[in-house]
Structure formats: structure tokens, C-alpha cells
Design a protein around this ligand. Structure first.
Ligand code: PGA
Length: 254
């Protein structure tokens, strides 16, 4: 069974106002992709989630960039998976490298978040990836393994999990992984899942590549057999993000 490609747009803490959000919404709504061939998931800031949910065409999914590891209660600044689901949001990112590095989220925190998402039945894009020093020290596979195995025991429904392999040195730097690097690491991630869970789960789980993906490099990357789509940061803040969606759709042979 071929895996359906999935393109995420991670807007991080952008755009600066609601008018900027509206501009992107109308540009992306104008993209004539077929949602039976490719999934598109946009991750706006929490304050723009409702605007995006009400204005994006139904074929464009809206996701949060984070969720709480806690249930409702005295957790200032947090958003629970239950509150997201209440707004009709059934996707969340978990474990983005900026959350790990800038907000100190640990593997243990992320395992709790994945557990909450699984209990609620919300879809997760779970981000992993190595730092440059780790790659240079030949530790890429070990890092991915540690990050994946931290959450594997919490996953009961793999149909609700997408992995985003994002080498940290490629995020926001303009230094994209080579097709060989992306393919090798993503094949390794699939093997880690095969060994820890089953070959069947590993064959079915979608693994995105993330890190300086652009309209110029997406066609080569999507040709890699273990690259099932992208998680796009900077290039998802431009109307030309739609060319990435169209390129990936074309690559499905449609
Ligand atoms: P980038 O970000 O595409 O700007 O490198 C990717 C990400 O952070 O998910």
C-alpha cells in the first residue's frame, strides 16, 4: 500500500497579524490539490487557530503547534488536547526541536503529550532529529532511536501518528539535507519502528522530512522512497507554498 503524502506548514510565531493570516488562507485555498491524494496540515499560532479553522477550505487541516501534557486545571498558558478537539482541531505537533531546545521539553514530557493525544484520538506530527554535532559524531541514528523509543510505548493507534524527521541543523538555515542524508535517516527511523513495533506499522507510518524545504528542493526530496512528505517552516509563510503541495501531488503519479 503506498503511503499518502502529507505536507505540514508550521507557521511558528508568524504571521504578525490576522491580516497576514488571511492572505495565506486565500492563497492556500486557491490551490486545487486533491485531498484524496495528499494531506495538508497547517499549524498556525494558537491565537490564529479559530480564524484558520473557520476560513480554510475543509480539505486543509488545521493543527496546533503544541499541546499540554496535563489535563485541564491550573496550568497557565497551556492548551489541552480536549480543548483543541472542542474547537474541531484534530491535529497537533509534538516535540518540535524549538520546543525541545528553547523550552526544555524532555523526552519524558513528550511521551506524556503523546499519551494525552492518543487518549483523545487526536492526530500527532511527532518531530525528531539530531543536532549538527550529533550528526558529525555519527550519532544520528542513536538520537532518532532515543527520541522515537521514548514515545513508542505510549502509541496504541499508529494511524494517528506521523513522524517528522527534522535535522536541527537544517531548520531555518537554508542548509537542506541532501537526498542521500534524508533517505538514509528516514530509512533508519522506519527500521527503528519495525524493530520496536512491527514491520507492518513501520511500512504504514508516514515520515516527513523537515528542514529548509522549498519549492526548489521539494521535487528531489519527495522522490526518496522513505520521504512521505514535508514539514515546512519558512516556505509555508509564502503563497508559493502551494507549489510544494502541487509538486508532491504530482509525485504521487496522479
Ligand atoms: P524550515 O522549518 O522549513 O524553516 O527550515 C522547518 C520546521 O521548523 O519545521
Amino acid at each position: 500500500m503506498p503511503r499518502k503524502p502529507i505536507i505540514g506548514g508550521n507557521w511558528k510565531c508568524n504571521p504578525k497579524n490576522a491580516a497576514g493570516v488571511d492572505e495565506l488562507i486565500s492563497a492556500f485555498n486557491g490551490c486545487g490539490f486533491d485531498s484524496s491524494k495528499v494531506d495538508v496540515v497547517i499549524c498556525p499560532t494558537a491565537v490564529h487557530i479559530a480564524q484558520c479553522k473557520s476560513k480554510f477550505d475543509a480539505k486543509i487541516n488545521v493543527s496546533s503547534q503544541n499541546c499540554s501534557k496535563e489535563a485541564e486545571g491550573a496550568f497557565t498558558g497551556e492548551i489541552t488536547v480536549g480543548q483543541l478537539m472542542d474547537l474541531g482541531i484534530n491535529w497537533t505537533l509534538i516535540g518540535h526541536s524549538e520546543r525541545r531546545a528553547k523550552y526544555g521539553e524532555t523526552n519524558d514530557d513528550l511521551a506524556k503529550k503523546v499519551e494525552k493525544a492518543q487518549e483523545a484520538g487526536i492526530n500527532v506530527i511527532f518531530c525528531i532529529g539530531e543536532q549538527l554535532e550529533e550528526r558529525n559524531a555519527g550519532k544520528t541514528k542513536d538520537v532518532c532511536k532515543e527520541q522515537l523509543l521514548a514515545v513508542v510505548p505510549k502509541i496504541k493507534d499508529w494511524s494517528k501518528i506521523v513522524i517528522a524527521y527534522e535535522p536541527v541543523w537544517a531548520i531555518g538555515t537554508g542548509v537542506v539535507a541532501t537526498t542521500e542524508q534524508a533517505q538514509e535517516s528516514q530509512k533508519d527511523c522506519r527500521q527503528i519502528i519495525a524493530d520496536a513495533v512491527s514491520q507492518e506499522v513501520a511500512d504504514a507510518v508516514r515520515i516527513q522530512y523537515g528542514g529548509s524545504v522549498s519549492p526548489d528542493n521539494c521535487n528531489d526530496l519527495i522522490a526518496c522512497p522513505d520521504v512521505d512528505g514535508f514539514l515546512v517552516g519558512g516556505a509555508s509563510l509564502k503563497p508559493t507554498f502551494t507549489t510544494i503541495i502541487e509538486g508532491v501531488e504530482k509525485a504521487t503519479g496522479a
